[in-house]
Design a protein around this ligand. Structure first.
Ligand code: FES
Length: 208
């Protein structure tokens, strides 16, 4: 009798980065970080810690280490992100999104896309942390925003931006941000903010 396992639904590139992840922080490794970003929530099953070193003269990310308790998608996404971001100017690295990661990986299964957002959020948190440690508080962007979804690390600012980009329903907001796709505890607050931002930006067109 032959036993067949479930089909592998990921691309070869995801498989490669999952099996041989790059820039993972080893248990016995001493990495002299310049900054760190921590996102996600261990209760939701995904938590990401990402450390960076910065070349201060060039203003680039010179090295990265990361560790996650996430799934195959989270591991592959962060591995490829760490390769992409190394050598980038801090501002360009800050602009990397989950879409860039998905594209590099050749796609992810729809229900796994939320896992790919943890790495880029952790990278942005690390860059913010770097600026904060350097006393360059005017460069810290995240500090002005509040995290609404702990699992995926979505802020109120991102919800507002999604509304400005056309999200009008909870489902559309999820398409834009992946908010609420893990434990769902953030849904009531998210719905409240969704209505608030729709009223704030589109109350005229809603009345018409
Ligand atoms: S807090 Fe868990 S999905 Fe938003």
């Amino acid at each position: 009798m032959t036993t067949q396992g479930p089909a592998w639904v990921y691309t070869e590139k995801v498989k490669e980065h999952f099996i041989h992840p790059k820039n993972v922080l080893q248990d016995d490794e001493v990495f002299d970080e310049d900054a760190r970003g921590v996102v996600g929530n261990i209760k939701c099953g995904d938590e990401m810690i990402l450390l960076i070193k910065v070349d201060k003269e060039k203003g680039t990310v010179s090295d990265i280490r990361w560790k996650t308790y996430g799934c195959a998608s989270a591991i592959a996404s962060t591995s490829i992100l760490s390769e992409l971001a190394k050598g980038m100017k801090l501002d360009s690295a800050y602009g990397l999104t989950s879409k860039d990661i998905e594209r590099e990986l050749g796609g992810l299964p729809e229900h796994k896309i939320h896992c790919s957002v943890l790495g880029d959020k952790a990278l942005r948190a690390a860059i913010d942390d770097y600026y904060a440690r350097q006393g360059m508080f005017d460069k810290v962007k995240q500090q002005k925003a509040h995290i609404i979804c702990q699992c995926v690390g979505v802020t109120d600012e991102e919800i507002e931006n999604a509304v400005l980009e056309g999200a009008r329903t909870y489902a559309e907001l999820q398409e834009h941000t992946k908010i609420g796709t893990v434990c769902g505890q953030c849904k009531p607050k998210t719905l409240e903010l969704l209505e608030e931002y729709k009223t704030k930006h589109f109350s005229d067109s809603i009345r018409k």
